[in-house]
Design a protein around this ligand. Structure first.
Ligand SMILES: *Cc1c(COP(=O)(O)O)cnc(C)c1O
Length: 480
């Protein structure tokens, strides 16, 4: 045997390469002398070097892709270690450019906070605060105090309370009011919201017993009436915010449900899902019930999200009658669903903006993007198109396209907002390839493909992101 091979199936060339692979200690020593690497925490550096050499060893054994002697030279290994470290050091949670046109995009972080909210958050997080301290008495206070007054002012409710998110608000309300009792809800309202939040499941977790009435498309007052018995604890209405049943449909209004509740001495709860303080029909959008309307109709509990149409931070808001809100506050679950102080700060500032609707529309990004007239979006689209044409590669061609944006976040399900998109083609690249390359850019640019064209919807693109988009397309051309 002239070439003893410890691994069967390995050629003498592969064997030689494996032998030539630098040792971990050798690379670590070199790294110590490299200025860019000398500050890297030791364990991370060692892991990266091991990782790099392991990968090279596996590639050599696999025989694919071919590894040459230059690939395993000290310089090549060091370069690769730097790459590995670069991605290890990069933050996993990264900002992204939303060019999908979906305003409340749950996967992309839902609502952008208003400047005032960001400033308040920074102020509160870097300092001590009166989070749970009553400055007037010098004693312990309640964190909800920060937002209760403004919530009552904006919604007309007697009392208010906030938790981590609306799923938590629903769970906490049901647990407080209807644990071990029946909750009557229409079959047409047993919704699932993205991320596997299903009303029936939440109800089960809360210990309330679901009593479905009616059919998927039609539920009438007698359906509710007949279901009421001595076990009934609550009448629930869920705003079917992420889908619409059209055609032969019937459901009862909140007014009818409230009347039924008072006739039987039963509390009524409405889960509004998105929740809004603004009547969007004034701005040419689809009408959504406002929180104030639900409260004035007489719902005892109204729950909604902080970061959907409201445009604030992730939060669950509960407004309603004082005795019920007091009871909810005493529920031990409240502690587990507690709102964080950063959220509270952002929420308070966002809510303040609603005192003047015009201010709210212009200062809260979600509201501004939803109500931006198509002319404003077109201007932005033309600017982007021109910048790509004048500064960009000749391989890129762009044109404007009329399209439709969506509100998202399970709100205004059928409503399409007219918008302007920049359609991008790159010579030698498919729409799918452009989409992938843009998504892998730093920062990621998320667009959409329609009729085999890669579209950038300018409704959700911020003014200061245009340059980054032009740069991202350039990178696509050079890399693609
Ligand atoms: C979105 C939604 C929820 C959940 O709200 P989160 O704030 O995402 O927890 C609950 N109910 C309805 C009807 C919704 O639309």
């Amino acid at each position: 045997m002239t070439h003893p091979t410890p691994r069967p199936g390995i050629t003498p060339e592969q064997q030689a390469l494996l032998k030539k692979l630098p040792a971990v200690d050798h690379i670590l020593e070199l790294a110590g002398k490299t200025t860019e690497l000398s500050d890297v925490p030791r364990r991370l550096l060692t892991d990266s070097v091991r990782n790099c050499l392991d990968r090279l060893r596996k590639t050599i054994i696999n025989g694919r892709p071919m590894v040459s002697e230059t690939d395993i030279s000290d310089n090549a290994v060091l370069r690769e270690v730097k790459n590995i470290l670069k991605s290890a050091m990069a933050l996993n949670l990264t900002r992204a450019i939303n060019a999908t046109g979906v305003v409340v995009h749950t996967n992309l972080g839902r609502s952008l906070l208003a400047k005032a909210a960001l400033a308040h958050m920074t102020d509160i997080s870097g300092r001590y605060s009166n989070l749970e301290y009553n400055l007037a008495t010098g004693r312990r206070g309640l964190r909800y105090t920060a937002v209760e007054d403004i919530l009552c002012e904006l919604t007309g409710a007697e009392a208010a309370m906030v938790v981590n998110n609306n799923a938590g608000a629903v769970l906490l309300s049901l647990d407080t009011v209807a644990r071990g009792r029946e909750v009557i809800v229409s079959r047409g309202e047993l919704v699932e919201i993205g991320g596997a939040f299903r009303i029936p499941d939440v109800m089960e977790k809360s210990g309330a017993i679901l009593k479905e009435v009616g059919t998927t498309n039609r539920t009438h007052l007698p359906d509710y009436q007949q279901a009421i018995c001595e076990h009934t604890g609550l009448l629930l209405k869920v705003h079917t915010s992420n889908y619409s049943i059209v055609g032969f449909t019937a459901s009862i209004s909140l007014t009818e449900l409230v009347n039924l509740g008072s006739a039987h001495g039963l509390p009524v709860m409405e889960d509004l899902g998105s929740g809004t303080f603004v009547d969007f029909s004034k701005y040419g959008l689809q009408r959504e019930p406002t929180v104030r309307e639900s409260v004035s109709t007489g719902a005892d509990i109204v729950t909604f999200s902080g970061d959907k149409l409201l445009g604030g931070p992730q939060a669950g808001i509960i407004v309603g009658s004082r005795p019920i809100i007091e009871k909810i506050r005493k529920n031990p679950l409240t502690r587990a669903l507690r709102i964080d102080k950063l959220t509270l700060a952002a929420l308070e500032s966002t809510l303040r903006l609603y005192r003047d609707e015009k201010t709210a529309i212009s200062a809260i990004p979600t509201l501004r993007m939803l109500t931006d007239p198509v002319e404003t979006i077109e201007k932005k689209a033309i600017t982007l198109k021109t910048r790509i044409e004048t500064g960009g590669s000749e391989k890129i061609s762009v044109c404007l396209k009329d399209a439709a944006s969506k509100a998202g976040g399970g709100s205004l399900p059928l409503f399409e907002l007219p918008t302007k998109c920049v359609a991008v083609s790159i010579a030698g690249m498919s729409a799918a390839a452009i989409e992938i390359a843009m998504r892998n850019n730093t920062p990621p640019v998320i667009g959409r493909i329609e009729n085999d064209l890669f579209l950038l919807d300018l409704r959700t693109v911020q003014d200061d992101e245009l340059t980054e988009i032009v740069d991202a397309l350039e990178t696509c051309v050079t890399k693609g």
